[in-house]
Design a protein around this ligand. Structure first.
Ligand SMILES: *Cc1c(COP(=O)(O)O)cnc(C)c1O
Length: 413
């Protein structure tokens, strides 16, 4: 008799996006011609940078030649890509990160989930509320939680609320937590973290021997020079943080797939048994990846490498400017229409407060029915997201302008 991983049965069956589809579908049954604009999904819309496409075409040509053909690559990724990442993304910002500490992968979603493989089951885990659902669901699957309550909160997790009341900066826990998920610039709220705020977390983590999982998928959207791009800009972070980065949101690789994880060699975890011996997390991650992962395709790694050429940099900057201009328009128009809006300055997401008396899902229905615009209800990202709503800047200028016109017309009083 084959038994299953029972923890999967605790999952709130991928509630958010299927529920959005269901409501949109129901609406379209009676309004087949409604010109819907979708500002809900966190996927890019603009084509891949030319530099990346050209590099991938050349890499395909390499595959046609017996001498240049590539079979299995190094599990950790090609060193020419890791060296460019280390130099450009870290050393140029004063971060002490070496190419050997970078692990190329096929996505940060996968890495933020897979990282749990190398940690024990007795850790206390802290997540913000609202939060990127992958952090929570992967802990549920690993058996790190009890069942969920009606609000979708899982027993055993420590939820740190982020709302307008604390400027979307979680208050540091008063209790001991071992693993901490931080995401800046934040999905879904669009908030960023100052150097002082990150320093407070690093100080906490060092004092409690905790590990911070720092998801920097949106770092390219930071335009304010005072905001750190990496947790390793903070002294001490090499001893308490793993960083996740992706080419998905800066270079439009959501469908092409390339990302990386940084595990400093100085990072240690403890054996759970009394006596607590320190073990290198770099070593465990290296062992995990070389056993369960066979690397990202040569072609895609060449495409990612092209991000670091002068042309690639200019093209990525163009994409970022484009989405940030969308975000600016969204902020400006929604403010005009009387909404309280947050984020959308150093991030591609605008987070708005729903009008008095409307829940996140009420507002979703109203926006769908009166404006034919689809967004994402804040409550889908966690209980403390109730009363908020996410609008994504990933869309064409035309769609953004049109959607904002409709919203201003419907809601401006
Ligand atoms: C989009 C996104 C990622 C990137 O995921 P990939 O698997 O690399 O495409 C990571 N974290 C957050 C919070 C995201 O929104």
């Amino acid at each position: 008799m084959a038994t299953i991983n029972e923890h999967y049965l605790k999952l709130k069956a991928g509630y958010l996006f299927p529920e959005i589809s269901r409501r949109v579908h129901t609406f379209l049954e009676t309004h087949a011609d409604a010109p819907l604009i979708r500002l809900g999904i966190g996927d890019v819309t603009e084509p891949l940078p030319a530099a990346c496409r050209q590099a991938m075409v050349a890499a395909i040509e390499d595959m046609s030649d017996r001498d240049r053909f590539k079979g299995y690559g190094p599990e950790q990724g090609y060193s020419w890509l890791r060296e460019k990442i280390a130099a450009h993304d870290y050393q140029s910002r004063g971060c002490d990160i070496d190419a050997s500490e970078i692990f190329i992968s096929d996505g940060s979603k996968c890495d933020t989930g897979n990282i749990l493989d190398i940690f024990g089951n007795e850790n206390t885990i802290a997540v913000t509320d609202p939060v990127y659902p992958v952090y929570v669901d992967t802990n549920v699957m690993a058996g790190h939680t009890g069942p969920a309550n009606d609000l979708g909160e899982y027993a055993g997790l420590v939820y740190l609320p982020i709302t307008a009341n604390n400027q979307f900066q979680a208050t540091l826990p008063t209790q001991n937590v071992d693993l901490i998920y931080l995401c800046f610039p934040n999905n879904p709220t669009g908030a960023v973290a100052t150097r002082e705020y990150l320093q407070a977390w690093v100080t906490y983590a060092l004092a409690h021997q905790s590990i911070i999982f720092f998801d920097a998928a949106y770092e390219a959207f930071i335009t304010d020079p005072a905001i750190p791009h990496s947790i390793y800009e903070i002294p001490g972070a090499r001893d308490c943080a793993i960083e996740f980065r992706s080419f998905s949101k800066n270079a439009g690789f959501t469908g092409t797939r390339c990302a990386f994880t940084v595990a400093p060699k100085s990072l240690m975890g403890m054996t759970p048994t009394p006596g607590h011996e320190a073990v290198s997390l770099w070593h465990l991650w290296q062992r995990r990846q070389s056993t369960k992962f066979n690397g990202v395709s040569y072609i895609v790694q060449r495409g990612a490498e092209a991000v670091y050429t002068p042309e690639g940099q200019a093209q990525v900057q163009g994409l970022i400017r484009f989405y940030l201009e969308n975000a600016r328009l969204i902020r400006e128009e929604l403010t005009q229409a009387g909404f309280a809006v947050y984020g959308g300055v150093n991030a591609p997401y605008v987070w708005l407060k729903t009008p008095e008396g409307l829940s996140s899902w009420d507002f979703f229905d109203e926006l769908l029915q009166t404006c034919h615009v689809v967004g994402t209800p804040g409550s889908g990202f966690g209980a403390a997201g109730e009363g908020y709503f996410r609008i994504s800047a990933f869309n064409s200028r035309e769609n953004v302008t049109e959607a904002m016109q409709r919203i201003t017309q419907c809601f401006a009083s």
